[in-house]
Write a protein that binds this ligand. Structure first.
Ligand SMILES: CC(C)(COP(=O)(O)OP(=O)(O)OC[C@H]1O[C@@H](n2cnc3c(N)ncnc32)[C@H](O)[C@@H]1OP(=O)(O)O)[C@@H](O)C(=O)NCCC(=O)NCCS
Length: 159
């Protein structure tokens, strides 16, 4: 049976969160960002970092960097003890909302081609596969699926 959604508080990343977020990512990803990278992200005016807190504990993180109206989702991670309870979904919905306020309408990301949980989540939130980047990831080597979530469908052009 599916567990109920975790009632997390979602707030903007602050420089002081960098150690906790780096620690969370190290538990979740084979190529995690450094503490320094998260501290820099918190100060970057073109980026949005969001932390999900439950009982004052950081249980999830997501971020994006905006460029020319497009947003690259960089990191998405949920503490293994709190997965499948809507944490990443809630973070991403809020990321799209705040991204929209920055003028971002289209979002993209890369995901390991074998990461079924993440691909399921992204498809549920409206992302579609747009191709494969062969052997993009290391540790272990794996293809990346490139995904896009566009506000308006792209219309194929004929010549
Ligand atoms: C991917 C990740 C961020 C999802 O976090 P989460 O908080 O569990 O996400 P949510 O609970 O919002 O949604 C997870 C969805 O995946 C589904 N899911 C879980 N395991 C699955 C699997 N093996 N296959 C298919 N779907 C799966 C859940 O049922 C849920 O879907 P639903 O809401 O339709 O039932 C988390 O698993 C994680 O941190 N993984 C390691 C880091 C990572 O891979 N990040 C993504 C990098 S691109």
């Amino acid at each position: 049976m599916k567990e109920p959604a975790l009632p997390v508080r979602i707030r903007r990343l602050a420089e002081q969160d960098a150690p906790a977020v780096a620690c969370l990512e190290a538990q979740c990803l084979s190529m995690p960002w450094s503490e320094r990278a998260f501290a820099d992200l918190a100060k970057d005016g073109n980026s949005i970092g969001l932390v999900a807190e439950w009982e004052r504990r950081v249980v999830g993180f997501a971020s994006l960097t905006g460029l020319s109206g497009e947003g690259e989702v960089n990191n998405v991670a949920t503490d293994p003890a709190f997965r499948c309870r809507g944490v990443a979904g809630a973070l991403l919905e809020e990321l799209f909302r705040q991204g929209g306020e920055m003028g971002i309408s289209d979002f993209t990301l890369e995901v390991r081609a074998g990461n079924a949980a993440a691909i399921h989540l992204y498809e549920r939130l409206g992302f579609q596969s747009a191709g494969i980047r062969p052997r993009f990831y290391e540790k272990p080597v794996e293809d990346a699926m490139i995904m896009w979530r566009r506000s308006k469908p792209t219309i194929p052009t004929s010549f």
